[in-house]
Design a protein around this ligand. Structure first.
Ligand code: BEZ
Ligand code: FE
Length: 285
């Protein structure tokens, strides 16, 4: 049988339709159709095809146990956020999900109410307080809030090779009435890693490579959907141009300026500080 420009797609689809799992067959045949349609639409040249092979090869070679250039690729293409949207269709009353990002580290230490997870790292003290409830407003005592963030220079623990203990990350639990209190330092907006293939590509566009200032949260409570989200600082630069499309209006919070004196958890704080209030609402399921 002779293969030509018109018959190749259907031949490749039929071949991949022999996948042993129905879902793999569905994924692979759709992938073949979309890739072929892409090549036809842009009339892909042989040089462009060669570049399209070289680029992910280089991206893969950039990866190690701390660096994931392929997730970053998915993030800047908007694919990660699309997958979040498709898989987290919560009620409008629930706190929306956003991207996990590459800097979450499993096994953060547990921390009591009001614990200072900044542990002396320089920055403006920030208290984040509120409640964890379900969509009916019922408090969820014991719900876990796994929190992580960048420091005041925009660096995550995972980006600092010499660190071997938890830095700016901790797991808090909601109290009996659902309330929680996190003490940390104000995060800064930061640039995604620009020294690899993603950076090379982004630099050839007008795309801003920054994320607005945010704190990451992963909430768990049995009987409820896992919630991966962020809180963004109101007024932060880059809210409208987040390079990974992660910003949502419902997640933008005022970091109110407070004078030295009483902290939100009733302890004393001897310098001016910031206070953000946010109630997390988990989707049952
Ligand atoms: C982050 O928020 O940590 C992040 C997310 C996507 C790409 C880079 C960083
Ligand atoms: Fe982040």
């Amino acid at each position: 049988m002779s293969v030509d420009e018109d018959s190749i797609t259907e031949l490749a689809v039929q071949r991949w339709a022999t996948a042993h799992s129905p879902r793999l067959g569905e994924l692979m045949t759709a992938l073949v159709r979309h890739l072929h349609a892409f090549a036809r639409e842009v009339r892909l040249s042989e040089d462009e095809w060669a570049a399209a092979i070289e680029w992910p090869t280089a991206a893969g070679q950039t990866c190690d146990d701390k660096r994931q250039e392929l997730i970053l690729t998915s993030d800047v293409l908007g694919l990660s956020m699309l997958v979040v949207q498709l898989n987290n269709r919560f009620s409008l009353r629930a706190t929306p999900a956003t991207v996990l990002g590459p800097f979450h580290i499993d096994g953060s230490p547990t921390a009591p109410y009001g614990f200072d997870m900044s542990d002396g790292i320089e920055g403006t003290p920030l208290f984040i307080t509120g409640k964890v409830t379900d969509t009916e407003g019922t408090p969820l005592p014991g719900a876990v809030l796994d929190v992580w963030q960048a420091d005041a220079d925009g660096a995550y623990e995972a980006q600092i090779p010499e660190i071997d203990e938890a830095r700016l990350r901790a797991k808090y639990r909601a109290r009996e009435d659902g309330t929680y209190c996190i003490r940390t330092i104000a995060p800064r907006g930061y640039a995604i890693p620009m020294d690899g293939p993603v950076g090379d590509l982004v630099r050839r566009t007008d795309i801003s490579h920054f994320r607005p200032a945010h704190v990451h949260f992963l909430l768990h409570e049995p009987g409820h959907r896992r919630l991966v989200t962020h809180l963004f600082q109101e007024g932060s630069a880059h809210l409208a141009s987040d390079v990974v499309f992660g910003t949502k209006d419902a997640l933008i919070v005022r970091f109110a300026e407070r004078p030295a004196g009483a902290a939100p958890d009733g302890t004393a704080v001897d310098v001016p500080h910031l206070h953000a209030e946010f109630d997390f609402v988990l989707q049952p399921g």
